[in-house]
Design a protein around this ligand. Sequence first.
Ligand SMILES: C[S@@+](CC[C@H](N)C(=O)[O-])C[C@H]1O[C@@H](n2cnc3c(N)ncnc32)[C@H](O)[C@@H]1O
Length: 263
Amino acid sequence: MNAPPISLAQAVGRKPLEIRDIVARLDYDPDFNWAWENYKRTIVEIAQQRGLTRHLEIGGGRDPLFLPPEVAAHGFEVTLNDISAHELSRAPQGYSTVQCDIAGKDAKAILGAGRYDIAYSRMVMEHVPDVARMWENIAYALAPGGVAFSFFPTLYAPPYVLNRLIPEKISRWMLETVFPDRKEDGDNPKFPAYYDYCFSEEAKIVPMLKRAGFSDVVALPFWGYSYFWKFPGVKQIDAAFTRIARERQWRAVSSFAYIIATK
Ligand SMILES: C[S@@+](CC[C@H](N)C(=O)[O-])C[C@H]1O[C@@H](n2cnc3c(N)ncnc32)[C@H](O)[C@@H]1O
């Protein structure tokens, strides 16, 4: 059973662990499967270690990270955000919801100042055209000591470079042909992607995060994906390249990243 969360006051009383110390305990592995399998666990660990109970899931839409029984078991209060009323309407019952564009000019007024202790998103940032404004809005909505966490695909992994270069209509058709569940009315529809600031290289993102109001930033890169697994030949060449990139820690061609930033 998970340990009950400590309150923010308790956490402050005994000085909360730094994010990098929490992450160091997680047995980070740069393979992309680790990122997918450990996203939830990483958030639980950060929330519990730092006593972060008021959660904002950004772009949580139809598929929130924590289901209502888990929210109750952890003692969290989760608010679901999405730009789309349709996506929010497909989420299970039992959450507070806040519909807005996380990068919108009105997001600060809608979210409220210092209203949340932790804000996280998975596969949302690549769909936001103005990511600097997104982080500013998140910093505004977080309480002092709050944590923002984004898990997103990164440039210049070849599938995302292709997705960015190819017109939306064509890339949509290609994806839906290979992966039928990615159709608009399917369980995992495709949303337009811009990849603004979608990098795992700290030099490219930390200055923007500092300007947005964050003090400490951890960026974890990951390599690998399954997009080419249905294409013999391409699959093997791509896997060999990915292996070399991972071994040599070439962040310029990573596939995913976690960015964890403290206000
Ligand atoms: C690819 S889905 C990911 C859904 C969920 N986070 C997951 O991991 O399964 C992207 C979600 O982000 C939402 N979204 C896209 N742009 C957004 C924005 N600017 N503000 C808030 N939500 C947004 C979409 O409506 C959609 O629900």
